[in-house]
Design a protein around this ligand. Structure first.
Ligand code: ATP
Ligand code: MG
Length: 370
């Protein structure tokens, strides 16, 4: 759900990424994708975002557009705004109100339909958060420290690791399992998180048993690997809320034009699409192609010797065209905060009822009903 940069590792084995595992994961994901289309009713999907800033065009092309596609295929979806995850690696909640309401507006503006997709914040669901206690009994400290996101934080941050950061993979398992989601769209780097949720589901069954003898309390979720483009920011590193290198979905046409003007390019005047050797220029070409629904090689060859000025002008026009209707809807939505709040409250009510039902089953399975 939230991305991280480390390679996949299985929480069971603690081994790093290997080709064979990735190939197997891809094959499995391809089967899931085929079945989603054939039997959409068999699936429940969970995705989410950390409200650490405003959603950007990297989010749009990297995951939001895919969520709308899956919703339109008839798959029941849960969309988590992971507000507790904001505080696992920083002090304080930041502009949490603004970030959360802005995310709701973005979702609705791009076509997420709250009648089919439950939008919720996990802080509002006591039942979800209480799952953390039994789940924590099912993992070891060593396992958590092997999680790539946790490991990254240990290696790269000079702040002491919080207990919330250490246990974040378990909280994420609760996010998935509270609603018994059985499919989670992720990038390769997040496979270990899904594996952790699968391990927790399995161990819960082995250790605490079932309510219905035919079915474990928790299904083991499948990862849906998306072939998403990796959108770079204006400085040539991954576009990220926290790097200040984004074009936000909600920005105006003028702001977009100004930012694109400043985007990093290189000294070669001839425009080509060559992500490995010319990441910055290729990123601008790719964004143009994504906005136009065109092929990036074709876009690059059309611009050719026009240079980065021509490329930037074309990208600005294409991006502003593409996002114009989304931004217009977004502005109307933002102006009606009452409606946005009502959408979120309704989502929280619905997700909360499901969390309470699941917690009830957990209490039964654990014979803690008094
Ligand atoms: P932060 O800086 O707080 O980590 P972020 O901008 O990296 O924020 P996340 O909330 O970590 O955003 O990302 C959520 C999901 O959005 C990711 O798992 C990924 O699927 C998608 N995503 C984010 N940034 C990009 C990007 N630059 N290109 C493609 N997909 C992206
Ligand atoms: Mg990130």
């Amino acid at each position: 759900m939230t991305e991280n940069s480390a390679g996949p590792a299985s929480p069971e084995s603690g081994e790093g990424s290997n080709e064979a595992t990735l190939v197997r994961s891809q094959e499995r994901s391809d089967k899931v994708e085929a079945d989603l289309e054939k039997h959409p009713g068999n699936w429940r999907l969970l995705t989410g975002d950390r409200p650490t800033g405003k959603l950007h065009i990297g989010h749009y092309f990297g995951s939001l557009a895919n969520r709308v596609r899956l919703q339109e295929m008839g798959i029941e979806s849960f969309l988590l705004i992971a507000d507790y995850q904001v505080i696992y690696d920083r002090d304080g909640v930041g502009d949490i109100q603004d970030n959360v309401m802005s995310a709701v507006a973005d979702y609705l503006a791009i076509g997420i339909d709250p009648a089919r997709t439950t939008i919720f914040t996990h802080s509002a669901l006591p039942g979800l958060n209480q799952l953390l206690l039994p789940f924590l009994s099912l993992v070891t400290d060593a396992e958590l420290r092997r999680n790539p996101t946790v490991k990254d934080e240990l290696a790269s941050s000079d702040r002491p690791m919080s207990g919330l950061m250490l246990t974040f993979p378990v909280h994420q398992a609760a996010d998935i399992l509270f609603c018994k989601a059985n499919v989670v769209p992720v990038g390769q780097d997040q496979l270990p998180h899904i594996e952790q949720a699968r391990v927790i589901a399995r161990r819960f069954d082995e250790r605490y048993g079932r309510v219905d003898p035919e079915h474990p309390v928790f299904p083991e979720p499948e990862a849906l690997l998306s072939a998403t483009p990796h959108v770079l920011g204006l400085d040539g590193t991954k576009m990220s809320k926290s790097r200040g290198n984004t074009i936000e979905i909600g920005m105006s046409a003028d702001q977009t034009a100004k930012l694109i003007k400043k985007a990093k390019t290189d000294a070669d005047r001839h425009i080509s699409y060559d992500p490995a050797n010319r990441p910055e220029v290729s990123n601008l070409v790719l964004l143009t192609a994504l906005c136009e629904g065109a092929d990036p090689y074709q876009v690059a060859s059309e611009i050719g010797d026009g240079g980065s000025g021509t490329l930037k002008k074309r990208l600005t026009a294409s991006m502003n065209d593409f996002f114009e209707p989304i931004r217009a809807r977004r502005q109307e939505l933002i102006a009606d905060q009452g409606h946005l709040r009502e959408v979120l409250r309704a989502g929280n009510r619905r997700a909360g009822e499901i969390a309470d039902q699941t917690l009830d089953e957990v209490r039964h399975a654990m014979r803690m009903v008094y």
